[in-house]
Design a protein around this ligand. Structure first.
Ligand code: AMP
Length: 429
């Protein structure tokens, strides 16, 4: 199979790395990819994965490239091309592509759509209201005593969610999103949810339009600093499994969420083929869905794919074909931990172009895989090229072992200003 992967982050490196192991993969490209992806080789014939300099949002160039190479499968990593309708476009031209179509991508691209869907189909979620009028939004915040979360409807680079502890803050948040339009048209409508207390976990399920197969649990660390302090980021590290849901509880959550989700999709004529990633708060009143994402999480992918035993090409193929019911997902019993190494200053301003040293030494450590996110090649060296630079991932017989292995690898890697959290997976202990 000739496979094109779209995206350039740690998630895409993990997808490429896992896909290269498939005996079904005989040629692979990644657009635009990164320096780590460009070092991956296919298990079948040792050929290198080729990075192609096309942006993940340039749909017409991506289409022309896939047509020229006669790809057999296109795999989409990030949410933006999905929301732009890349799947619909490629399908219209007869190309096989894995990811959700534009209608299904609304679960991520519109929080109003998701919230209304959850309420209509009885999926457990926060008490909430959806508003297009700022005054009405503020009145609703008051009914929650100002303890609420104000969310811009549209995609806002993960920044359109404002947590408020009192009415003054809530009114300021509504004004920022709806009146000052801090997130542009993404803030024309808002969802306001009650503030939920509890433990947050990430769930993933692979879907094929009829069947949804749940993954084990994982947990992300969104804040920049240890102890969940500092600014919100794309994610500073993950681990899997989490101790917060045992297998029985996970099966119960899957039943409460995935069954009505798939039923609702059928009722609304949404052909959901791709990845569903619900953000879940485990509250004292049971699990509540905070939001849906319509693609793999980053850095959840890094811990999931290091644990996955199945051939990923077969899985994605079954998701496209609607034959997931015939496949059993198999996971290594080992735990996996991913520590993100970021540029100094991230998620604020940061410099690029810092040489990254020690990658070879880290790569030689047992059970370690260093996934690249924001890296590029500058002549003979690999240099930083983004906020999140690397996802240093390790497997271990238990979480403690995996955590120690991941941090041992982090210690070997250096770049100017490197920043990482020292408490990834610590919540589990
Ligand atoms: P979202 O993009 O909707 O997942 O929100 C981003 C983050 O805000 C989540 O990962 C949570 O940490 C937090 N959050 C969102 N909704 C709520 C809520 N209703 N209660 C408490 N925290 C929330």
């Amino acid at each position: 199979m000739k496979i094109l992967v779209i995206g350039s982050g740690g998630r895409e490196h993990a997808l490429v790395w896992k896909l290269t192991q498939s005996p079904n993969a005989k040629q692979m490209w990644c657009a635009p990819g990164n320096a780590g992806i460009a070092q991956e080789r296919l298990a079948k014939n040792s050929s290198l994965v080729e990075c192609v300099n096309i942006s993940a949002e340039d749909l017409s160039k991506l289409l022309a490239f896939a047509q020229e190479k006669k790809t057999d499968l296109v795999v989409v990593g990030p949410d933006n091309p999905l929301a732009l309708g890349i799947v619909d476009l490629f399908q219209k031209h007869g190309l096989r592509i894995w990811g959700v179509n534009q209608k299904a991508a609304q679960f991520e691209s519109s929080k109003v759509f998701s919230q209304k869907f959850m309420e209509k189909y009885g999926i457990p979620t926060a008490a909430a209201g959806t508003f297009s009028d700022a005054a009405a939004a503020k009145r609703f915040c008051a009914t929650l005593g100002g303890k609420c979360v104000v969310k811009a409807d549209g995609l806002a680079l993960g920044k359109g969610v404002l947590i408020c502890t009192n009415q003054a803050e809530a009114e300021k948040a509504v004004d920022e999103i709806m009146v000052s339009k801090a997130f542009g048209s993404a803030g024309a409508n808002v969802v306001i949810q009650e503030f939920l207390e509890g433990t947050e976990v990430s769930l993933h399920a692979l879907c094929d339009g009829k069947t949804a197969k749940i993954f084990p649990t994982s947990q992300d660390h969104k804040r920049a600093l240890d102890g969940d302090l500092g600014l919100n980021t794309g994610g500073m590290g993950t681990y899997s499994p989490t101790p917060f849901l045992n297998d029985t509880q996970l099966a119960d959550v899957a039943k409460k969420v995935l069954e009505p989700f798939m039923r609702g999709c059928v009722a609304e004529s949404i052909d959901y083929r791709g990845l569903l990633y619900p953000g879940v708060m485990l509250t004292k009143n049971g699990p509540k869905i905070l939001e849906f994402n319509a693609r793999f999480g980053d850095p959840e992918t890094q811990v999931y794919l290091t644990r996955l035993e199945n051939d990923l090409v077969e899985l994605l193929d079954a998701s496209v074909n609607g034959t997931l019911d015939k496949i059993e997902l198999k996971w290594k019993p080992e735990a996996s931990v991913c520590v993100v190494m970021a540029s100094g200053g991230y998620p604020g301003n940061y410099e690029k172009g810092k040489p990254v040293r020690g990658l070879d030494v880290a790569a030689k450590l047992p059970n370690v895989k260093v996934f690249h996110a924001g890296t590029t090649r500058n002549e003979n060296e690999i240099v930083t090229n983004g906020g999140r630079v690397l996802g240093v991932t390790a497997l271990g017989m238990d979480l403690k072992t995996a955590q120690a292995a991941a941090y041992a690898a982090v210690e070997k890697i250096h770049f100017d200003g490197a920043h990482f959290r020292r408490d990834i997976a610590a919540k589990a202990f």
